[in-house]
Design a protein around this ligand. Structure first.
Ligand SMILES: Nc1ncnc2c1ncn2[C@@H]1O[C@H](COP(=O)(O)OP(=O)(O)OP(=O)(O)O)[C@@H](O)[C@H]1O
Length: 263
């Protein structure tokens, strides 16, 4: 049983209503294909990078895994639990750090984490909450109101929120966007430790030097299709440079119909 499995997953967003006519008529048109027949398996304990330019479909793929949007075709599972038919177990197996800074401005950091623990049925979770806070440099912010935190601090809380239920699989959607060097370092130390302890990590980032240093295997998405899927080492050996150079090479020179060759 794999940590994450996607079998022929496609996602077509329905056409959006435009203008005032959209209020009265059903939007017409083909919709937008964000994922196109994506198949991918991530084994337990892997540190996996999901890379691609803006709009490639990374967040859509994560949303399918987290049950936030339904795939139009195909099947996805987390730790063997189907994200549709067995969604509660799938959701419990997954901790997602979202890209957007979403938070409730009425609660303190500790209250936020206690509430999140409650969603997963953890009542007395303060020992683990304190440990997470310490590792993310948030101990002195525990009793501060969420709205009083800086953007980088809010992002740390989002990371903490994803970890409160000790999920075996952790998905980080651009966790270091807009955070300082200090947090990056402490965040990666903490995430690497969780990975060493057996957690599976799936990371999306535009900082390719971070992906190169951390990820044992990477997938590259382009227009919703996988255009590269291999170990970081093999990819670098094949393309003969850094991950950034490999990324530019693959994105500029591989049409999506070259897929079969590379996957
Ligand atoms: N709810 C939606 N309705 C319609 N189209 C959408 C919706 N969500 C995303 N899209 C489109 O699907 C495509 C893939 O978006 P997605 O957010 O998955 O890309 P991404 O790879 O995560 O990009 P980024 O690196 O910018 O975060 C984009 O063209 C986006 O505009």
């Amino acid at each position: 049983m794999s940590a994450v499995s996607l079998e022929h997953v496609s996602k077509i967003y329905p056409p959006r209503a435009t203008g005032w006519r959209g209020l009265f008529t059903k939007p017409q048109g083909p919709g937008f294909q964000a994922l196109d027949d994506v198949s991918l398996t991530i084994e337990h304990g892997e540190f996996f990078g999901l890379l691609g330019p803006n709009g490639a479909g990374k967040t859509t793929l994560i949303s399918v895994l987290a049950g936030l949007c339904l795939a139009s075709a195909g099947r996805a599972s987390v730790c063997g639990h189907d994200v549709v038919n067995d969604y509660q177990a799938a959701r419990r197996s997954l901790g997602v750090v979202p890209q957007e800074l979403v938070y409730d401005p009425f609660f303190t950091v500790r209250e936020t984490l206690r509430i999140q623990s409650g969603y997963f049925g953890f009542r007395k979770n303060d020992d683990w909450i304190d440990e997470i806070l310490a590792h993310l440099g948030l101990s002195d912010k525990a009793d501060e109101n969420m709205r009083a935190l800086s953007g980088g601090m809010k992002r740390r809380v989002l990371v903490a929120q994803a970890l409160v239920h000790r999920p075996p699989v952790i998905v980080l959607d651009e966790p270091t966007a807009g955070v300082d060097v200090d947090l990056r370092r402490s965040l990666w130390e903490f995430i690497s430790r969780l990975n060493r302890e057996g957690h599976t990590i799936m990371l999306t980032t535009h900082y390719l030097e971070e992906a190169e240093a951390l990820c044992g295997r990477v997938a590259m998405l382009k227009h919703g299709q996988i255009v590269a899927l291999e170990s970081t080492e093999a990819l670098l050996a094949r393309t003969g440079g850094s991950l950034e150079e490999a990324f530019v090479q693959i994105m500029n020179h591989s049409g999506t119909n070259e897929l079969e060759k590379q996957v």
